[in-house]
Design a protein around this ligand. Structure first.
Ligand SMILES: [Zn+2]
Length: 271
């Protein structure tokens, strides 16, 4: 099988991949509490797996390589439960910026930041907004359950969407790390809330920070009772397939269009 893990390849093999204009996946994740039944590595493990599978699925259409996961994300909202490691926004931004800089210095031009943790979503978009005009590369950011969308949601029985330490994450961890999942009493862990990130809302559509303890006492958001490894394996596959299709689509990496033309309202523009 084609090796797609950057850290398992040799320098000259990565130089060849840069010459072939391979896509680089830079996974970003977290180490944080995932309820009483899942390990703190959950987002990091799932983000790695989805990225590696996506690279393998995409490879024949577009060579793809996956850097090690940036496990240190933004998890301040999980700190009250213990077990959680978090960076400040400034440090997270600096880490991602420096890694993108290193990747582009080797000649890679198409970079997918592949996020597996809700707390990183807004920061990831801010980093892309800031860096995209500055770097000689196309930057795309994705959060895999959002890209997989309905294909992933259709596999859930008791939830409408993926949440946290829930039916989806528990199932996927059962598939990958069964020895690390305590499935002795999943029914007792239910914290039914399909409101998801709406716990961060004020008013009708305004934002107010809240720790995760505002939403759940045991650190679980969702209903993990019907989690199975088979369901988890299917979720990993549809998530990876969604990312692979995006990676292989030339439109994902197309240069921005410039519709100004030579004149706008009679005022000539210089290019
Ligand atoms: Zn998670």
């Amino acid at each position: 099988m084609q090796e797609v893990d950057w850290s398992r390849l040799k320098a000259q093999e990565l130089r060849v991949l840069a010459n072939e204009n391979a896509v680089v996946i830079l996974p970003v994740a977290s180490i944080e509490q995932h309820g009483p039944h899942l390990p703190t590595m959950t987002d990091t493990r799932l983000g790695y797996e989805v990225a590696i599978r996506a690279a393998r699925m995409a490879y024949d259409r577009r060579p793809t390589v996956v850097t090690p996961v940036v496990w240190s994300g933004l998890s301040e909202h999980h700190m009250p439960y213990g077990g959680t490691l978090t960076l400040s926004h400034a440090t997270f931004r600096a880490v991602v910026r420096d890694l993108i800089d290193a990747i582009t210095r080797h000649g890679f031009r198409d970079i997918l930041i592949s996020n597996s943790h809700g707390g990183n979503i807004i920061a990831m978009q801010q980093i892309i907004d800031e860096l995209a005009p500055q770097v000689n590369a196309t930057l795309v950011g994705t959060t895999y359950p959002m890209e997989a969308g309905q294909a992933l949601n259709d596999l859930l029985e008791d939830q409408k969407t993926i949440q946290h330490a829930c039916e989806a994450e528990t199932s996927m961890m059962m598939a990958l790390e069964p020895d690390l999942v305590d499935s002795s009493d999943l029914a007792a862990l239910a914290n039914n809330s399909d409101e998801g990130p709406t716990f961060l809302k004020a008013g009708k559509a305004s934002y107010r920070w809240r720790p995760f303890t505002h939403l759940t006492g045991n650190g679980v958001a969702g209903i993990p009772e019907k989690s199975t490894p088979e369901k988890g394996e299917a979720m990993l596959e549809v998530s990876a397939a969604a990312l692979a299709d995006m990676i292989a689509d030339p439109q994902t990496w197309a240069a921005p269009s410039d519709r100004r033309g030579t004149e706008l309202a009679g005022v000539p523009f210089r290019r």
